[in-house]
Design a protein. Structure first.
Length: 89
């Protein structure tokens, strides 16, 4: 689902685990804007870390439109072509 979301410019908010952390590049700080494609949260699956990621996503959408638009562009340029992905593993 996160791959389809990114393909259409819908930035996912996902738990940093397994394939999710491989397919979604998080916006940890401004040094990651050029590759960020969504919002990740780690530190165990708890409401505090998830709320923080959601608030970051909302803040970026409402107050940092240029960053949000750049992230959408990054996400839509991602390639999840399976033969390429298999070669990476």
């Amino acid at each position: 689902p996160q791959m389809y979301a990114q393909m259409y410019g819908t930035l996912p908010v996902v738990h940093e685990t397994g394939g999710l952390k491989d397919s979604v590049k998080g916006l940890w700080d401004d040094s990651h804007i050029e590759e960020a494609t969504g919002f990740l949260f780690g530190g165990g699956f708890n409401d505090g870390s998830m709320k923080h990621a959601l608030y970051t996503a909302l803040d970026t959408f409402h107050n940092r439109k240029q960053v949000f638009t750049k992230m959408q562009s990054n996400a839509m340029k991602m390639s999840f072509y399976w033969p390429t992905a298999m070669d990476e593993y």
